[in-house]
Ligand binder design. Sequence first.
Ligand SMILES: [Zn+2]
Length: 281
Amino acid sequence: MPELPEVETERRRLAARLDGRTLAAVAISDSRLTRPDDPAAIAATLAGARVEAVERRGKYIAVRLSNGRTLLVHLRMTGGFRYEPATHERAVLTLGDGARVAYRDVRRFGTWSLHESEEADEHLAVRLGPEPLERGFTPRFLAGRLAGRSAPVKAAILDQRTVAGLGNIYADESLWRARINPLREAGSLGTAEVSALRDGIRGALRAGIRYQGADLGDGAYAGGRMQERFRAYGREGEPCERCGTPIEKIRVAGRGTWYCPSCQPPPQAASSRSRRPSRSS
Ligand SMILES: [Zn+2]
């Protein structure tokens, strides 16, 4: 399932093809992509518009158009853009010079929705917290989102209103970097731990972007190299790169979760080490 780095990689490739270009023709062959809206109506509104920018917010790609509309694309499980003919094409954009951009989606969970641009921004604002790689994602903001919550910290950071764009893979990678056990109560983290978590999230996402996302072998995000750089995710039984302890797998919030039992000490051990006297007032 694509997370911020995979979506950002798709966005960069798409922007290189679409920025400043006109959508001469648009064909949407799968009505599930635009439901409940009529795919023909969406295609007709897209056709003739010029692409002013291809942006990303969390896991959404926002295609800004000259007609005051914004197309929001959510790739969900296996969605992505292709520049050569591909299997499982659900939509095709033909540009003014005849170049072809296809949207491919094997599992068909991806969505396209067309909005007035201001409405698109509101749609995103109510669903998403700040961009984790931008200035608004401060330790203070993160501390505010975690305060008082008894949920495991991993569940808390999977909430898109806490960290836009984080999913199962990069949550585990972030917690490993921050040396925080995924089962810790979100509200129990001390100030230094919240800062470490903020830095861990940024580090994991930056690495993901640098290696063009993770290719998990299903063909959806082929070419990504991040899977070779995982420190925790999917590494059950392999030695922790910091301490050599075998990585363990548990379930947290219904998700497979990998961590180092030595570097990321369990909740009781961690809380006795960093108790916060201010919380009892
Ligand atoms: Zn370790």
